[in-house]
Design a protein around this ligand. Sequence first.
Ligand code: AMP
Length: 549
Amino acid sequence: MEAFARTGEAIRATNSKLEKTRLLGEYFAGLDDQTLPLAAVYFAARPFADRDQRKLNLGYAVIRQAVCEIAGVDEGVLGESYMRHSDVGDVIEEVLAGHTHPQPTSLRDVHETFVRIYEQRTIKKKAEALRELLDRLSPREAKYIGKILTGDLRIGLRAGLVEEGIAKAFGAPLADVSWASMLTGDLGEVASLARRGELRSAQLRLMHPLQFMLASPEEDAEAIMRRVGGEAWVEDKYDGIRGQLHKEGDRVVLYSRDLNEVTAAFPEVVAAAGAVPHDLLLDGELLAFKDGVVRPFFELQHRLGRKVVSAELLTEVPVIFVAFDLLYLDGRNLLTEPLRERRRMLDDLSLPSPFMLAYLIRALDAVELDRIFEGARARNNEGLMVKDPESRYTPGRRGLGWLKLKKALATLDVVVTGVEVGHGKRKNVLSDYTFAVYDEAADRLVNIGKAYSGLTDVEIAQMTDYFKSITLKDYGRFRLVQPEIVLEVAFDAIMESGRHDSGYALRFPRIKQIRRDKTVREIDTLANVARMHRAFTGDRVQLVEPAQA
Ligand code: AMP
């Protein structure tokens, strides 16, 4: 542990990325076979490898208790120290100075303690195990335990540098190290493989999140056809939550786009996956789906962050998992297989409900592709994903294998009814606009939203003067104005809401332009809004039931 802390301090002391990598490489190269994997994982500020199911989830309370006991101080002392350093590791070093009984401690000893902490069920027992470890370390070594436990070493070692250190230590190509790390989710194993020159034998392991493949934006059918070659595969761009589902034996884990585990929030998907007689890794999108239609994104948000999903919520917001890719099946890594093959295997799985498959249309030229785009626009859907059927799955990259065509969905012409001063540098100008549509039945304007951005500073300044001149009533920050300025407002969705008197609200409204060519008589009606709302909650996207695939 002494050498680990010493290396950490040396890395912290230099700003040169090259020098940090060199120090790390030199340290790794000098370690024995048992210590090397632990050191690699600890330098990534993890008590266990990412793939490891064991998570310590050690709150500050446990650390505080252990440190207070050793130093014989109360919590206030730690609090003051924290105000000075803003780093738990530094607090530990300062508070423990002169209070521990250092003896030589190996990284294997540290590992054993981490396992013990993991196995203990109570905070008291966890703190006890941690106290025993910290007590036999120097304050500087103890500091690094704190840093590992809080998941950030704060020595300027950004993600990726550990991989570079491993490459440097054993003369391996960085690309091989990164690839192996992505497949295994275990930097310790990667370091060992690198030492033995066996990086290329790394196997894809389930139960740790793989980076998602991303798409590059493209707007024109001709350009897309040039990129993907002879054939383009077009899928709807579903507006839900990206999901990655792993199943191994009877265990199922679900990760979201930010690589966090969301298994508990989607029990019906997990249960259905559990019944599939294969080990697999699916990529797809989670959508709220009720009575045969996809529901708007915000309904899905009710399901997120749940540890337990109530029976009511399960019936209120049912979800489906729309699978569009298969990356692993029964021991076979499919990442380097062409999409054509991956999709064939996905179709053959006949996944049970609530799994669905992305609806796939094949286009052979730009004319066909344009026709498909038109169809999607008519359905009012979010956009399209175009994929090259010959492409591999490239985790974490915005490659050219996938292209996205995303249109600002829909716009409304509205009239400004009120204006308000902004915030920050806009605190002296009227930059926040409340706007309305026309309710024909009641023959009145009804507010539907408020937008803050989209105009240039010059435009805002001009509009400020103008709005002052048409102010009906000045309430201080807010002014009611004569409804005559028409805006074209873009947004992502329409939802029912009691916030405005129209009964609707817009998701992410932004001002596209001032429609000086339009008068208030030409703005959108409430009936239009209701119709668009139905389109949003209705069948904007196409799906396939797996059995019919
Ligand atoms: P963006 O967030 O605009 O970069 O678009 C990429 C996102 O679109 C992905 O992360 C997915 O969550 C989502 N997506 C929706 N439908 C698909 C699809 N058919 N294929 C791939 N990604 C999709």
